[in-house]
Design a protein. Structure first.
Length: 93
């Protein structure tokens, strides 16, 4: 389910012409890094994808998302809100 959410958002962002970075946990990736970082004409954002609203977070994810939201824009997308996240992005991009 998480991969379906991620795929839908990646497809949307790319269709808008965003520069999209899909991150992977591992060496060289900071703890708490969101699944998707994107850039678009002076704006950037970060999205953590989850299967469901109550899916657990990895170490430092919540803190990182809060920091990124203060700096620019970030959110958590899951199967229950993915369309709302895309609608919000539509207003921004």
């Amino acid at each position: 389910m998480e991969s379906k959410v991620q795929t839908k958002i990646l497809k949307y962002l790319r269709s808008k012409g965003c520069y999209v970075i899909k991150t992977k946990p591992g060496p060289g990736t900071p703890l708490g890094c969101p699944d998707i970082i994107f850039l678009y004409e002076g704006f950037w954002g970060a999205i953590e994808c989850k299967a469901f609203e109550n899916s657990p977070f990895r170490v430092r994810q919540k803190e990182t998302l809060e920091k990124f939201d203060k700096w620019s824009w970030s959110t958590v997308a899951h199967s229950g809100n993915v369309d709302e996240v895309i609608a919000e992005l539509e207003k921004i991009l």
